[in-house]
Design a binder for this molecule. Structure first.
Ligand SMILES: [Zn+2]
Length: 216
């Protein structure tokens, strides 16, 4: 039976690397994939991993019907043996429903990869819909680590290394940033709650007067 599988995790947990591995394994067997992505770090129409691998992908727009896109491709004589949707947290809920329809009506496996929660630890709407609809949810086993060494389960947004909790849900940034730029950092729940990033922990260690206020 074809399946809708949601591979979820924090940033830096290896989602895109696994997506590229699935793509490689299947295309090496002669299968043809349709790869969707949105706002990948390598630019529009790319699926990339931090380890440096990259492949071409279909950049998804706001109102794009993913089911219709697959049907169009098939009706023009193309093959689609499986679908990969990376950065699936950026898809709107309707697009997740369209992916479920690809599985049910076209008998095609769909592998969606996404971050579960945003920088305020709230579910992304696309990820929420995936949790609701997926046949399986796989939490990735490549564990990202907080600066303290604990398992990182939460995504923090930072500005100049300082964690912020206000702002739009989607602002594209990366982990390597200069001062005042928006970046992202994975933290354990304790340090997400205390808003202690690697940079603020380092600053606090250097000057004990500015220890962050503990909220528990
Ligand atoms: Zn920590």
């Amino acid at each position: 039976m074809p399946e809708l599988v949601f591979f979820s995790g924090t940033m830096d947990c290896g989602k895109s690397t696994l997506a590229l591995q699935i793509e490689h394994n299947r295309s090496a067997r002669g299968l043809a994939g349709m790869i969707f992505t949105r706002d990948d770090r390598a630019g529009r129409g790319k699926l990339s991993s931090r380890l440096g691998l990259v492949t071409d992908a279909v950049e998804v727009g706001d109102g794009q019907d993913l089911y219709a896109h697959v049907v169009d491709h098939l009706s023009q004589g193309g093959r689609v043996d499986y679908v990969i949707a990376d950065e699936a947290q950026f898809l709107v809920p309707e697009q997740i429903d369209q992916l479920a329809r690809v599985v049910d009506d076209l008998d095609v496996d769909v592998y969606a990869f996404g971050i579960t929660t945003d920088f305020r630890s709230k579910l992304f709407p696309g990820s929420q819909r995936l949790v609701e609809l997926a046949d399986r949810v796989e939490v990735l086993q490549v564990e990202a680590l907080c600066w303290c060494g604990a398992r990182a389960t939460h995504n923090a947004r930072t500005v100049g290394g300082v964690m912020v909790v206000e702002g739009a849900q989607v602002v594209v940034g990366d982990v390597a940033q200069s001062a005042d730029e928006i970046g992202y950092e994975v933290l354990c729940r304790r340090h997400h709650r205390r808003r202690t990033t690697a940079a603020t922990a380092r600053a606090a260690a250097l000057s004990p007067d500015v220890l962050p206020v503990s909220s528990g």
